[in-house]
Design a protein around this ligand. Structure first.
Ligand code: G1P
Length: 294
């Protein structure tokens, strides 16, 4: 049996330039879809996948994230005195169920660099990586889907989805061969090669890496061995490509819908879909949208 995955790393030190001015004094991970910050969707996904230890890689100006996962004594006291038990439960739910620790990425030198900052806290055990820009709506949490593959093959695995050619250069892209697993051969792939943000004409496939990974600790050595790549940054994709030299790495086309909440249009779409799915808001919101007669 491979070692149990107990920890999830959340890189959260990016500058959030795509959402300026909203992110001038507020981390982009704290932007909310309806009423929940992006990072909380990812933390809940990890939690519902059986992971309780959360490592957040932060940078300057990210203290709102720390406050969010901390106990807010004044707020809880006020909700309790006013008998607002539902809100109290919502506020407590996350901080009660997980352990969070923080490590600083002093300079935004790339995703691989951010993951490497978590090395000491992760130690010599497997771990998940969750990018909170990618919000995934699925019956089985996406991290759980990857953990099932990891447990079966005892090898690193990352989430992929098919994206149209014209969008492929926004992603890490894999060159991979199908692996027959659980009665099908169109979900699991063994990676042959991968490349971060290729030109559309040079992309090896239409399978794009989405921000969920289950990795083994050898990846730290590999990340440490690569030079800055796309955008002059230390890329996680390059670290994983280096890891391929010494062990198999899998890609899993997960079941579920991924929202690109790191993009303005993606963020708006996710907001509408999540609001429509809410019991307390959905029907009024649907009526409102219909009334717009677009
Ligand atoms: C990161 C990864 C990329 C991946 C993407 C998924 O890129 O580097 O490989 O495809 O997340 O969202 P970013 O979007 O941070 O530029």
């Amino acid at each position: 049996m491979p070692a149990k995955v107990r920890k999830a790393v959340f890189p959260a030190a990016g500058l959030g330039t795509r959402f300026l001015p909203a992110t001038k004094a507020q981390p982009k991970e704290m932007l909310s879809l309806v009423d929940k910050p992006l990072i909380q969707y990812g933390v809940e996904e990890a939690m519902h996948s059986g992971i309780q230890n959360i490592i957040i890689v932060t940078g300057r100006g990210k203290s709102a994230i720390e406050d969010h996962f901390d106990v807010s004594f004044e707020l809880e006291n006020m909700l309790e005195t006013r008998g607002k038990t539902d809100l109290l439960a919502a506020v407590r739910a996350v901080s009660d169920m997980i352990n969070v620790c923080y490590v600083r990425q002093k300079e935004a030198l790339g995703l691989g660099h951010a993951v490497l900052r978590a090395r000491e806290l992760v130690g010599a055990e497997p771990f998940a990586v969750v990018l909170s820009d990618d919000v995934i709506d699925s019956e089985t949490p996406c991290v759980r889907q990857l953990l099932d593959i990891y447990q079966f093959f005892a090898a690193p695995v990352l989430a992929v989805m098919e994206v149209p050619r014209e969008n492929i250069s926004a992603y890490g892209v894999v060159d991979a061969e199908p692996v027959y697993h659980n009665g099908s051969s169109d979900r699991l792939f063994r990676i042959r090669d991968m490349v971060e943000k290729p030109k559309a004409s040079e992309a090896p496939s239409n399978l794009a890496i989405i921000g969920r990974y289950v990795l083994t600790p050898e990846v730290f050595e590999s990340i440490g061995a690569v030079e800055p790549g796309s955008g002059g940054e230390i890329q996680l994709t390059d670290g994983l490509k280096h890891l391929l030299r010494s062990r198999p790495v899998y890609a899993y086309r997960f079941e579920g819908t991924r929202h690109d909440a790191g993009d303005k249009l993606g963020f708006l779409k996710a907001t509408v879909e999540f609001a429509l799915a809410r019991h307390d808001l959905g029907s009024d919101f649907r009526e409102y949208l219909k009334s717009l007669k677009l």
